[in-house]
Each structure stands twice: as C-alpha cells, then as structure tokens.
Design a protein around this ligand. Structure first.
Ligand code: AOF
Ligand code: ZN
Length: 320
C-alpha cells in the first residue's frame, strides 16, 4: 500500500479534482506490475496497470490500490469491469471512495462477482493523502491550510508594512517541500502581492510539482509589473476578481496567459461558496483544484477564519 501511495503522488498537480491513485499487482510477495492515475481525464490507476501488463493474472495475485475501484462510467470506463475481465480475484483497497457515485458500490460490485476484497487498509494514510479530494466530496469545498510565519512576540511585518524576513533557511526548505509542494495552489490576497511581490513557486532540490498561484483581488489592483503575472509565471497564475473590476485590465492580464475568474462579492468580500464552485469546476484548460495553501496576509487569513474554512493551520515560529 505504501508503494501505491508513492505512485499516486506522481499525479499531484495533474489530476485536478480527481483523486491521487496508485495500484500494484503482487505475486507471492513481489510487485509484478504498477500503475497510477497520471492526469485529469486520463485512465485510472488500475486500468493503466492492467493495460501495461500483458501476462496472465493468477487467482492468487493481489491487486493493491489506495482507493476503492470505481464502478461508474465517467470520463473513463469503470475499473471494476477491467478487473473482472482480466481475472483479478483478490483486491486490497485503502479507503472507500467518498464520491457518492461509488461510496462502497465498487466494492459491492466486485464482491458480487466473487472477487475477494480486503480493506480499508492503511485508511488514515490513504485519506490523508487524498484530503483534498475527500473535502470536495464531503464538504463541497477545497482543503484549506493556513500558513503563517511570525516572531515569538507575534509580529508578522515591520511597522512600515515592508516585508520582514522571519523564517530560517531550513524552515523555508520544509515549507517549500511539505506545504507548497503538497497543495494544488498557493493563495494570497492582492495586498501581499503589492507589498512583497512574491514568486509563490516551489524552490527545492527535489523535483516537486508546481502549484497554481491564486490572488484574491476584488478590484483588480494587481500591479502590472508583479512577478507572478510576468513571463513564464503568468500562465500558472489565477486572479480572482469581483464583478466591478476594470474590464480593460482583466483583458490585458488574459492576454499574458493569466486566468482571470470572476466571483461575486458579498458584503465587500468574495462569496466563498461561489469561490469554491469556481475553483472546483473543471473548464477548458483548467482541471479544478482540491487543496489550497493560504499564505497571507493578515486580512486574507482573517477572512478564511471568519468563514470557518480552515482545515489545518501551520505557524512557523521565527527568531527574526
Ligand atoms: C479509481 N482509480 O485511478 C481514479 C478513480 O471521470 P473519471 O472517469 O476520471 O472518474 C472520476 C472519478 O473516479 C473520481 O471522482 C473518483 O471517484 C474516481 N477516481 N477511481 O478506481 C483511479 N482516479
Ligand atoms: Zn476507476
């Protein structure tokens, strides 16, 4: 199962609103074939595994997969069918699929077809890896992590508003690998872009996926020279604007490859349920996202708190 999770991780940043899934076929304790879900709309892990494995499946072989095999025809055919066609007789699964179209029906279908199913196995780890996907289906919103760096006295910025270096190099490394590299998007309020002009990229020695950059910018105040909307970074940036944002400026941003998405306001703040809907709905060229890391600033953290939309909060305590 741990191998399934490692394979599943390869799909991070590519599967959109789909789950991260890996599968292995084991014969007498040895892995003989592997597969993973490599991207939104592409074949599922189990199908990738069986399409790439041309040998026979023995009745004693065990197929491990971190998510219940699907039983519905979505963008791809049901995995339960190919498992039966290829003679898989034993399945170990990590967790039930929270998608209401499955929700145990995949396992039921396999058991009805005399396939032995064992699980959920290593459920906590499997659910944690897919916490974004689980959140989409159980809360109808993304998984939200708040990240804050602060000095021991609680200070987060210099009195003049200029940015202050708070964290150490090792804290930065950890934050890049374990926070930025493990979320589908990094979100900031426009004031952070105006004050800090951040890059919002993952900087690490390891090859990690690049999350999208999202800016909450009701009146489209983002400075045209900001680094996240310049050069190659522009194509991975999403600016969320309100209905009254200046349309000429929005057009100019779109011309650079920036995605500009409109969300209605409620009491001078974005309507969060509409914001979730926009971010969870795949469109042409945007596969939707399942998790977001909110990096600031103070007003943006506050609005997520007031909305009650925080699943995890990480505070990096610095010595300054
Ligand atoms: C699996 N293995 O690798 C994945 C599963 O539109 P589709 O056809 O891609 O179906 C998407 C749904 O299928 C998704 O919401 C989730 O319930 C399941 N994804 N299932 O057995 C996989 N990616
Ligand atoms: Zn499937």
């Amino acid at each position: 199962m741990h191998r399934c999770l490692a394979l599943a991780e390869r799909g991070r940043g590519k599967v959109g609103t789909n789950p991260l899934v890996g599968a292995v076929l084991v014969r007498r304790g040895e892995v003989i074939a592997e597969g993973w879900h490599a991207g939104f709309g592409l074949p599922h892990a189990e199908r990738v595994l069986l399409d790439g494995y041309h040998g026979d499946v023995d009745p004693e072989d065990v197929l491990y997969v971190n998510l219940e095999p699907c039983c519905h025809r979505g963008k791809t055919p049901p995995c339960t069918e190919i498992l039966q066609e290829r003679g898989v007789k034993r399945v170990v699964y990590g967790m039930i699929d929270p998608n209401a179209q499955m929700a145990g029906k995949g396992i039921e279908a396999l058991r009805r077809a005399q396939v032995e199913c064992i699980g959920p196995f290593e459920r906590a780890r499997c659910e944690w890896m897919n916490r974004g996907f689980v959140s989409l289906h159980t809360k109808s919103r993304l998984w939200v992590t708040l990240k804050r760096a602060q000095l021991r006295d609680g200070e987060i910025a210099a009195p003049g508003g200029a940015s202050l270096k708070i964290t150490s190099a090792s804290q930065d490394r950890w934050a890049h690998e374990w926070l930025r590299g493990r979320h589908d998007a990094i979100l900031v309020g426009v004031q952070t872009v105006i004050t800090d002009d951040p890059l919002l990229t993952v900087r690490s020695d390891r090859a990690l996926p690049s999350p999208l950059r999202i800016v909450l910018d009701p009146h489209c105040r983002i400075p045209p020279g900001a680094r996240i909307i310049s050069g190659a970074l522009a194509a991975g940036t999403v600016v969320i604007v309100g209905p009254e944002a200046e349309s000429a400026k929005c057009r100019q941003l779109r011309g650079r490859g920036v995605q500009v998405l409109e969300v209605p306001l409620l009491d001078r703040r974005f309507d969060y349920s509409a914001l979730w809907r926009v971010l969870m709905t795949p469109t042409d060229g945007f596969h939707g996202i399942a998790s977001v890391l909110v990096e600031g600033g103070a007003k943006t953290w506050q609005s997520f708190r007031e909305e009650g939309a925080i699943d995890e909060e990480v505070i990096l305590m610095g010595d300054g």
